[in-house]
Design a binder for this molecule. Structure first.
Ligand code: ADP
Ligand code: MG
Length: 348
Protein backbone atom coordinates (compact mmCIF):
# COMPACT_ATOMS: atom_id res chain seq x y z
CA UNK A 1 0.00 0.00 0.00
CA UNK A 2 1.31 3.42 -0.89
CA UNK A 3 1.03 5.80 2.01
CA UNK A 4 0.05 9.35 1.26
CA UNK A 5 2.54 11.26 3.36
CA UNK A 6 1.25 14.64 4.46
CA UNK A 7 3.56 17.39 3.24
CA UNK A 8 5.58 19.23 5.83
CA UNK A 9 6.95 22.76 5.42
CA UNK A 10 9.82 23.68 7.70
CA UNK A 11 9.35 26.99 9.51
CA UNK A 12 13.08 27.58 9.15
CA UNK A 13 12.60 27.65 5.35
CA UNK A 14 9.53 29.89 5.58
CA UNK A 15 10.88 32.39 8.13
CA UNK A 16 8.80 34.54 10.46
CA UNK A 17 7.41 36.78 7.72
CA UNK A 18 6.60 33.84 5.46
CA UNK A 19 4.72 32.27 8.34
CA UNK A 20 2.78 35.46 9.08
CA UNK A 21 1.86 35.69 5.38
CA UNK A 22 0.67 32.07 5.46
CA UNK A 23 -1.53 32.85 8.48
CA UNK A 24 -2.82 36.11 6.99
CA UNK A 25 -3.79 34.41 3.70
CA UNK A 26 -6.61 32.52 5.39
CA UNK A 27 -7.95 35.40 7.48
CA UNK A 28 -10.95 37.32 6.15
CA UNK A 29 -12.09 40.43 8.03
CA UNK A 30 -15.83 40.41 8.78
CA UNK A 31 -16.37 43.94 10.04
CA UNK A 32 -16.04 47.19 8.16
CA UNK A 33 -14.78 48.59 11.48
CA UNK A 34 -11.65 46.39 11.17
CA UNK A 35 -9.84 48.93 9.03
CA UNK A 36 -6.40 47.31 9.00
CA UNK A 37 -5.66 43.75 10.13
CA UNK A 38 -2.46 41.73 9.86
CA UNK A 39 0.44 43.32 8.03
CA UNK A 40 1.47 46.61 9.59
CA UNK A 41 3.06 47.69 12.87
CA UNK A 42 -0.39 47.75 14.48
CA UNK A 43 -4.02 47.03 13.65
CA UNK A 44 -6.54 49.84 13.15
CA UNK A 45 -10.13 49.62 14.36
CA UNK A 46 -12.87 52.19 13.82
CA UNK A 47 -14.92 52.85 16.95
CA UNK A 48 -17.82 55.06 15.90
CA UNK A 49 -15.58 57.43 13.99
CA UNK A 50 -12.62 57.32 16.40
CA UNK A 51 -9.70 55.15 15.38
CA UNK A 52 -8.13 52.73 17.82
CA UNK A 53 -4.64 51.41 17.07
CA UNK A 54 -3.69 48.07 18.63
CA UNK A 55 -0.44 46.13 18.75
CA UNK A 56 0.84 43.20 20.76
CA UNK A 57 4.30 41.72 21.34
CA UNK A 58 5.57 38.84 23.39
CA UNK A 59 8.95 38.54 25.12
CA UNK A 60 10.20 35.10 26.17
CA UNK A 61 12.99 34.35 28.61
CA UNK A 62 16.12 33.01 26.89
CA UNK A 63 14.75 33.93 23.46
CA UNK A 64 14.31 37.70 23.80
CA UNK A 65 16.02 38.34 27.11
CA UNK A 66 18.45 36.76 29.52
CA UNK A 67 17.81 37.45 33.20
CA UNK A 68 21.49 36.98 33.96
CA UNK A 69 22.08 40.44 32.52
CA UNK A 70 18.82 42.35 32.24
CA UNK A 71 17.45 43.63 35.57
CA UNK A 72 13.72 42.92 35.96
CA UNK A 73 12.93 46.61 36.23
CA UNK A 74 14.57 47.28 32.85
CA UNK A 75 12.81 44.28 31.36
CA UNK A 76 9.43 45.65 32.45
CA UNK A 77 10.31 49.03 30.97
CA UNK A 78 11.50 47.47 27.70
CA UNK A 79 8.42 45.23 27.36
CA UNK A 80 6.29 48.38 27.37
CA UNK A 81 8.44 50.63 25.16
CA UNK A 82 8.87 48.05 22.37
CA UNK A 83 5.07 47.90 22.11
CA UNK A 84 4.60 51.65 22.20
CA UNK A 85 7.11 51.83 19.37
CA UNK A 86 4.67 49.99 17.08
CA UNK A 87 1.88 52.46 17.93
CA UNK A 88 4.12 55.47 17.20
CA UNK A 89 5.12 53.77 13.94
CA UNK A 90 1.49 54.26 12.83
CA UNK A 91 1.78 57.97 13.71
CA UNK A 92 -0.65 57.31 16.54
CA UNK A 93 -0.52 58.14 20.26
CA UNK A 94 -0.52 55.20 22.71
CA UNK A 95 -2.91 55.54 25.65
CA UNK A 96 -3.35 52.15 27.35
CA UNK A 97 -1.57 48.81 27.77
CA UNK A 98 -2.55 45.33 28.94
CA UNK A 99 0.19 43.14 30.40
CA UNK A 100 0.02 39.35 30.45
CA UNK A 101 2.57 37.32 32.38
CA UNK A 102 3.38 33.65 32.74
CA UNK A 103 6.08 32.49 35.16
CA UNK A 104 7.10 29.65 37.45
CA UNK A 105 7.52 29.60 41.24
CA UNK A 106 11.18 30.44 40.64
CA UNK A 107 9.92 34.05 40.82
CA UNK A 108 8.96 35.75 44.09
CA UNK A 109 6.48 38.54 44.74
CA UNK A 110 9.46 40.90 45.05
CA UNK A 111 10.69 39.89 41.59
CA UNK A 112 7.29 40.53 40.01
CA UNK A 113 7.07 43.85 41.85
CA UNK A 114 10.43 44.83 40.42
CA UNK A 115 9.17 44.00 36.94
CA UNK A 116 6.11 46.20 37.55
CA UNK A 117 8.29 49.05 38.77
CA UNK A 118 9.73 49.16 35.25
CA UNK A 119 6.28 48.79 33.67
CA UNK A 120 4.91 51.64 35.81
CA UNK A 121 7.90 53.86 35.07
CA UNK A 122 7.35 53.41 31.32
CA UNK A 123 3.63 54.17 31.82
CA UNK A 124 4.57 57.42 33.57
CA UNK A 125 7.23 58.46 31.06
CA UNK A 126 4.90 57.86 28.09
CA UNK A 127 1.62 58.87 29.73
CA UNK A 128 -0.01 55.42 29.48
CA UNK A 129 -2.61 53.67 31.66
CA UNK A 130 -2.15 50.01 32.54
CA UNK A 131 -5.71 48.71 32.23
CA UNK A 132 -5.45 44.94 32.61
CA UNK A 133 -3.83 41.73 31.47
CA UNK A 134 -3.63 38.07 32.43
CA UNK A 135 -1.52 35.96 34.78
CA UNK A 136 -0.60 32.35 34.19
CA UNK A 137 2.14 29.86 34.99
CA UNK A 138 4.94 28.17 33.08
CA UNK A 139 7.18 25.19 33.83
CA UNK A 140 10.31 27.33 33.86
CA UNK A 141 10.73 30.60 31.98
CA UNK A 142 9.16 34.02 32.19
CA UNK A 143 6.86 35.19 29.39
CA UNK A 144 5.65 38.78 29.08
CA UNK A 145 3.06 39.80 26.54
CA UNK A 146 2.07 43.44 26.22
CA UNK A 147 -0.80 44.83 24.17
CA UNK A 148 -0.73 48.53 23.47
CA UNK A 149 -3.75 50.60 22.46
CA UNK A 150 -3.49 54.01 20.85
CA UNK A 151 -5.56 56.72 19.20
CA UNK A 152 -5.28 58.66 15.97
CA UNK A 153 -7.33 60.74 13.60
CA UNK A 154 -7.94 58.91 10.33
CA UNK A 155 -6.02 61.51 8.31
CA UNK A 156 -2.96 61.23 10.58
CA UNK A 157 -2.41 57.47 10.27
CA UNK A 158 0.70 56.34 8.40
CA UNK A 159 0.97 52.83 7.01
CA UNK A 160 3.84 50.86 5.52
CA UNK A 161 2.37 51.02 2.03
CA UNK A 162 2.42 54.72 1.17
CA UNK A 163 6.01 55.26 -0.06
CA UNK A 164 6.19 56.83 -3.54
CA UNK A 165 8.96 57.12 -6.08
CA UNK A 166 11.21 60.16 -5.36
CA UNK A 167 10.23 60.22 -1.64
CA UNK A 168 13.13 60.68 0.74
CA UNK A 169 14.03 58.01 3.30
CA UNK A 170 14.59 59.19 6.87
CA UNK A 171 15.60 57.51 10.08
CA UNK A 172 15.56 58.79 13.67
CA UNK A 173 18.44 58.50 16.15
CA UNK A 174 21.26 56.07 15.45
CA UNK A 175 21.38 52.38 14.59
CA UNK A 176 23.24 49.24 15.62
CA UNK A 177 23.85 50.20 19.25
CA UNK A 178 21.39 47.75 20.81
CA UNK A 179 22.92 44.89 18.83
CA UNK A 180 26.44 45.83 19.90
CA UNK A 181 25.18 46.18 23.48
CA UNK A 182 23.94 42.61 23.28
CA UNK A 183 27.30 41.37 21.93
CA UNK A 184 29.05 43.07 24.86
CA UNK A 185 26.68 41.58 27.46
CA UNK A 186 27.05 38.12 25.94
CA UNK A 187 30.84 38.37 25.84
CA UNK A 188 31.02 39.39 29.49
CA UNK A 189 28.59 36.61 30.42
CA UNK A 190 30.77 34.02 28.67
CA UNK A 191 33.87 35.32 30.44
CA UNK A 192 32.04 35.22 33.78
CA UNK A 193 30.77 31.66 33.22
CA UNK A 194 34.28 30.51 32.29
CA UNK A 195 35.76 32.17 35.34
CA UNK A 196 33.28 33.47 37.96
CA UNK A 197 36.03 35.34 39.79
CA UNK A 198 36.28 37.78 36.87
CA UNK A 199 33.74 40.56 37.24
CA UNK A 200 32.09 41.89 34.06
CA UNK A 201 33.89 44.84 32.50
CA UNK A 202 31.11 47.03 31.12
CA UNK A 203 32.61 50.41 31.98
CA UNK A 204 32.40 53.31 29.56
CA UNK A 205 29.69 51.66 27.47
CA UNK A 206 26.63 53.15 29.16
CA UNK A 207 25.03 54.38 25.95
CA UNK A 208 25.02 51.09 24.05
CA UNK A 209 24.05 49.11 27.16
CA UNK A 210 21.10 51.39 27.74
CA UNK A 211 20.08 50.98 24.10
CA UNK A 212 19.91 47.21 24.65
CA UNK A 213 18.56 47.09 28.20
CA UNK A 214 16.30 50.13 28.38
CA UNK A 215 15.25 51.22 24.89
CA UNK A 216 12.94 54.19 24.39
CA UNK A 217 10.09 54.58 21.92
CA UNK A 218 10.20 57.64 19.65
CA UNK A 219 7.34 59.74 20.98
CA UNK A 220 9.09 63.07 20.44
CA UNK A 221 9.51 62.82 16.67
CA UNK A 222 5.81 62.08 16.20
CA UNK A 223 5.01 65.30 18.06
CA UNK A 224 7.60 67.33 16.13
CA UNK A 225 6.50 66.10 12.69
CA UNK A 226 2.94 67.07 13.49
CA UNK A 227 4.10 70.45 14.75
CA UNK A 228 6.01 71.23 11.54
CA UNK A 229 3.14 69.95 9.42
CA UNK A 230 4.88 66.92 7.91
CA UNK A 231 3.05 63.64 7.51
CA UNK A 232 5.33 60.76 6.46
CA UNK A 233 4.14 58.85 3.41
CA UNK A 234 5.07 55.54 5.07
CA UNK A 235 6.56 54.53 8.40
CA UNK A 236 7.75 51.47 10.36
CA UNK A 237 9.71 51.04 13.55
CA UNK A 238 13.13 49.40 13.40
CA UNK A 239 12.85 46.25 15.45
CA UNK A 240 14.57 43.76 13.11
CA UNK A 241 17.26 45.94 11.49
CA UNK A 242 17.16 48.73 8.91
CA UNK A 243 17.32 46.51 5.82
CA UNK A 244 14.52 44.21 6.92
CA UNK A 245 12.25 47.21 7.65
CA UNK A 246 13.14 48.83 4.32
CA UNK A 247 12.10 45.58 2.66
CA UNK A 248 8.69 45.77 4.35
CA UNK A 249 8.13 49.34 3.19
CA UNK A 250 9.34 48.58 -0.35
CA UNK A 251 7.32 45.39 -0.65
CA UNK A 252 4.10 46.92 0.68
CA UNK A 253 4.50 50.17 -1.25
CA UNK A 254 5.66 48.35 -4.41
CA UNK A 255 8.75 50.52 -4.77
CA UNK A 256 12.53 50.14 -4.60
CA UNK A 257 15.03 52.21 -2.63
CA UNK A 258 18.56 53.54 -2.62
CA UNK A 259 20.34 54.25 0.64
CA UNK A 260 23.85 55.55 1.25
CA UNK A 261 26.19 53.80 3.66
CA UNK A 262 27.86 57.01 4.77
CA UNK A 263 24.48 58.54 5.67
CA UNK A 264 23.44 55.72 8.03
CA UNK A 265 23.63 57.21 11.55
CA UNK A 266 25.96 55.21 13.79
CA UNK A 267 27.06 56.38 17.24
CA UNK A 268 30.87 56.57 17.76
CA UNK A 269 30.64 54.12 20.69
CA UNK A 270 28.80 51.61 18.48
CA UNK A 271 31.39 52.13 15.76
CA UNK A 272 34.36 51.57 18.06
CA UNK A 273 32.92 48.49 19.74
CA UNK A 274 31.81 46.95 16.44
CA UNK A 275 35.41 47.14 15.29
CA UNK A 276 36.58 45.60 18.56
CA UNK A 277 34.21 42.69 17.85
CA UNK A 278 35.45 42.45 14.25
CA UNK A 279 31.98 43.41 13.03
CA UNK A 280 31.22 45.83 10.24
CA UNK A 281 29.31 48.76 11.88
CA UNK A 282 27.17 49.15 8.74
CA UNK A 283 26.12 45.50 8.92
CA UNK A 284 25.19 46.01 12.60
CA UNK A 285 22.96 48.93 11.59
CA UNK A 286 21.43 47.05 8.64
CA UNK A 287 20.81 43.72 10.34
CA UNK A 288 21.25 44.19 14.09
CA UNK A 289 17.76 45.11 15.21
CA UNK A 290 16.16 46.25 18.47
CA UNK A 291 16.92 49.90 17.74
CA UNK A 292 13.28 50.98 18.06
CA UNK A 293 13.99 54.03 15.95
CA UNK A 294 11.51 55.07 13.26
CA UNK A 295 12.13 54.61 9.55
CA UNK A 296 9.89 56.80 7.40
CA UNK A 297 9.55 58.31 3.98
CA UNK A 298 8.57 61.90 3.20
CA UNK A 299 7.55 63.71 0.04
CA UNK A 300 10.51 65.55 -1.47
CA UNK A 301 8.55 68.81 -1.02
CA UNK A 302 8.84 68.35 2.76
CA UNK A 303 12.64 68.19 2.64
CA UNK A 304 13.24 71.77 3.82
CA UNK A 305 11.01 71.27 6.88
CA UNK A 306 12.53 67.95 7.91
CA UNK A 307 16.14 68.94 7.20
CA UNK A 308 16.18 71.14 10.31
CA UNK A 309 14.77 68.49 12.67
CA UNK A 310 17.46 67.32 15.03
CA UNK A 311 17.92 63.60 15.36
CA UNK A 312 16.55 62.75 11.92
CA UNK A 313 18.96 61.55 9.23
CA UNK A 314 18.19 61.47 5.56
CA UNK A 315 19.65 58.20 4.31
CA UNK A 316 18.41 57.85 0.74
CA UNK A 317 15.43 57.92 -1.57
CA UNK A 318 12.64 55.77 -2.93
CA UNK A 319 12.96 54.60 -6.55
CA UNK A 320 10.95 52.58 -9.05
CA UNK A 321 10.46 48.94 -8.08
CA UNK A 322 12.35 47.87 -11.24
CA UNK A 323 15.49 49.63 -9.97
CA UNK A 324 15.59 47.36 -6.93
CA UNK A 325 16.85 47.95 -3.41
CA UNK A 326 20.35 49.36 -3.35
CA UNK A 327 23.04 50.31 -0.91
CA UNK A 328 25.65 52.77 -2.16
CA UNK A 329 28.77 51.91 -0.18
CA UNK A 330 31.14 54.55 1.24
CA UNK A 331 33.50 53.79 -1.66
CA UNK A 332 30.71 54.60 -4.14
CA UNK A 333 29.90 51.09 -5.38
CA UNK A 334 26.30 49.92 -5.52
CA UNK A 335 25.30 46.63 -3.89
CA UNK A 336 21.92 44.98 -3.65
CA UNK A 337 20.38 45.32 -0.18
CA UNK A 338 19.73 42.05 1.61
CA UNK A 339 17.16 41.59 4.36
CA UNK A 340 19.05 39.66 6.98
CA UNK A 341 17.17 40.77 10.05
CA UNK A 342 16.46 38.65 13.05
CA UNK A 343 15.10 35.19 12.22
CA UNK A 344 12.63 33.75 14.72
CA UNK A 345 13.04 30.24 13.29
CA UNK A 346 16.71 29.51 12.56
CA UNK A 347 17.67 26.02 11.31
CA UNK A 348 18.64 23.69 14.16
P1 ADP B 1 6.41 44.10 14.44
O1 ADP B 1 7.82 43.64 14.15
O2 ADP B 1 6.14 45.49 13.98
O3 ADP B 1 5.96 43.83 15.86
P2 ADP B 1 5.44 41.65 13.36
O4 ADP B 1 6.46 41.28 12.34
O5 ADP B 1 5.48 41.00 14.70
O6 ADP B 1 5.46 43.24 13.51
O7 ADP B 1 4.01 41.45 12.78
C1 ADP B 1 3.64 41.88 11.49
C2 ADP B 1 2.13 41.77 11.35
O8 ADP B 1 1.73 40.40 11.50
C3 ADP B 1 1.34 42.54 12.40
O9 ADP B 1 0.18 43.04 11.76
C4 ADP B 1 0.95 41.47 13.43
O10 ADP B 1 -0.22 41.81 14.12
C5 ADP B 1 0.76 40.26 12.53
N1 ADP B 1 1.00 38.96 13.24
C6 ADP B 1 2.16 38.52 13.77
N2 ADP B 1 2.02 37.28 14.30
C7 ADP B 1 0.74 36.92 14.09
C8 ADP B 1 -0.05 35.76 14.41
N3 ADP B 1 0.48 34.71 15.04
N4 ADP B 1 -1.35 35.74 14.03
C9 ADP B 1 -1.90 36.80 13.41
N5 ADP B 1 -1.22 37.92 13.07
C10 ADP B 1 0.08 37.99 13.41
MG1 MG C 1 6.98 47.26 14.15
Amino acid sequence: MIENKPSRTELSDLGEFGLINAIAKNIKLKHSSSIRGIGDDAAVVNNAGRLTIISTDMLLENIHFDLSYIPLKHLGYKAVTVNLSDIYAMNAIPKQILVSLAFSNRFSLEAIEELYEGISLACDVYGIDLIGGDTSSTVHGLIISVTAIGEAEKEDLVYRDGAKETDLICVTGDLGAAFIGLQLLEREKRIFLDNPSIQPDLGGNDYILERQLKPEAQQEIIRILKQIGVKPTSMIDISDGLSSELFHICQQSNVGCTIYEDKIPIDPQTYALAQEFNLDPTVCALSGGEDYELLFTIAISDYEKVRTVMDVSLIGHVNHVSEGKNLISSSGSSVELKAQGWNAFPKE
